[in-house]
Design a binder for this molecule. Structure first.
Ligand SMILES: [Zn+2]
Ligand SMILES: [Zn+2]
Length: 448
């Protein structure tokens, strides 16, 4: 559609005039890292594509005028957005993981495969992580969970510290651009520093994988600046939609009829939802706590201290779940949670310090909802484990914003539910038995 030569040609980058090099064995086009990029401009894009069209010639990779030229209201090349689901997840990261996996001993592969497949996630993760033994039908979402969350904790014991940190440059670079604006306003610069170093050092760790998709990571910084985080510009939802429609033909094989058919159903459902199921924040699943439950004494004491009345049963109501800022959180009282971990949370305490813990129960007192949280203490920075690496200084600040090393304590805290911020993913065996490694869920709005 861009009418630019494909990734096997020279000058195949949409954004810059970078001439790839040809490697005879194994016959691949490579785009090694360069720190300076000669960008295509709106003007050069137009002139070169026009010349290519008129003379039927390849001009800096242009094969003619793009059909998008007339359609988009943002001029080319700025209207071209890289889809990280395809470029990073399904292409680059999948290839890299395959190469890493192939280098490991079969017994190690088996161990990692098992630990990935049994990793627990919060309840709203519909796809989790695939094992590494079979990547042929892996979905972009499964790769996303591996990249954003699971790779570092599950591979930490089986790679050298430099190998792990090198791959973390990609992982943390993408994660910075994916959602949370952690280092406002320098998020994209920080990410770009990591991704450029990743690109520059790639040849040390991998042979002949400096292809166009790796090179495109250098342009994510601009995508982020112009089009917002990667979680808001990707094709997950469209792919799902197209897949669904092509599988569920109804009364016609013509796609424009099918699209309007499903669109009508969608409008109907949305209207129904708005009328009937307007979900409000607050506690869910009222139940009464048995008097012999250890938590009963704790809540009873709390009531005695905080309330003037003498009627605990009338005054304190206990709940299994709670909706906070439209997100459902579980407590350990929620029996139907199966192996999901939506009770492990990041919350704010006292002077809005970020803390971590498991929600034991929700309760309401005088119209206000609280969570009783078992506190997990931050023991040390995750980057402390990476000190030997040549990438330590570059990674330290960003990786410590995403991964936390915790130890369980016997301290219970009573926290107003508005202070609960995020769901966490917990890696129990990553750092030995006494510590757990955790990372918060990145974006709550992305299609799953
Ligand atoms: Zn480029
Ligand atoms: Zn009372």
């Amino acid at each position: 559609m861009t009418n630019i030569i494909g990734h096997n040609g020279y000058y195949s980058c949409f954004y810059g005039h970078i001439k790839g090099i040809h490697i005879r064995k194994p016959r691949k086009r490579q785009y090694p890292y360069t720190s300076t990029i000669n960008y295509r401009t709106v003007n050069s894009f137009y002139i070169n594509s026009r010349e290519a069209q008129l003379n039927n010639k390849n001009i800096f990779g242009h094969l003619g005028i793009s059909i998008l030229n007339e359609v988009l209201d943002i001029s080319l090349p700025h209207g071209i957005v890289i889809d990280y689901a395809h470029v990073s997840l399904l292409r680059h990261f999948r290839d890299v993981t395959r190469t890493v996996v192939a280098s490991l001993a079969p017994s190690v592969r088996e161990k990692i495969d098992y630990s990935l497949r049994t990793q627990a996630f919060p309840h709203f993760f519909h796809r989790k992580m695939r094992g590494i033994e079979d990547f042929s039908f892996i979905k972009a979402n499964e790769l996303k969970n591996l990249l954003l969350y699971g790779f570092i904790p599950h591979f930490i014991h089986y790679l050298t510290i430099d190998q792990l940190c090198f791959l973390s440059l990609l992982i943390i670079g993408i994660r910075l651009l994916h959602a949370d604006n952690v280092f406002k306003p320098i998020t994209s610069t920080t990410a770009n520093n990591l991704l450029c170093r990743y690109d520059a050092d790639h040849h040390i760790y991998f042979f002949h994988q400096a292809n166009l998709v790796l090179h495109l990571h250098q342009h994510f910084q601009d995508i982020y600046k112009c089009h917002d985080p990667l979680s808001s510009v990707n094709t997950f939802a469209q792919e799902d939609f197209i897949g669904y429609i092509s599988k569920n033909k109804n009364g016609t094989t013509s796609f424009h009829n099918l699209l309007s058919y499903y669109y009508n159903i969608d409008v109907l459902l949305t209207n129904l939802n708005e009328k009937k199921m307007c979900a409000v924040d607050g506690p869910l699943d009222l139940f009464s706590l048995a008097h012999n439950d250890p938590l009963f004494d704790e809540l009873f004491d709390y009531h005695q201290q905080m309330c003037n009345c003498n009627n605990y049963n009338m005054c304190i109501k206990t709940y299994r779940r709670c909706r906070v800022l439209k997100q459902i959180f579980h407590s350990l009282q929620y029996i139907k949670r199966k192996n999901t971990i939506s009770y492990f949370v990041q919350y704010l305490f006292r002077s809005n310090q970020t803390e971590f813990g498991t929600i034991k129960i929700f309760f309401q007192h005088h119209g206000q909802t609280f969570a009783l949280i078992q506190h997990f203490q931050v023991i040390n920075a995750f980057s402390d484990y990476l000190k030997e690496s040549r990438y330590y200084d570059l990674l330290k600040q960003s990786i410590d914003n995403f991964y936390f090393v915790l130890k369980k304590t016997n301290i219970n805290r009573i926290v107003s539910v508005e202070k609960i911020q995020k769901h966490l993913i917990i890696f129990e065996d990553a750092l030995g038995k006494s510590h757990v490694l955790t990372t918060p869920v990145s974006s709550m709005t992305e299609h799953d």
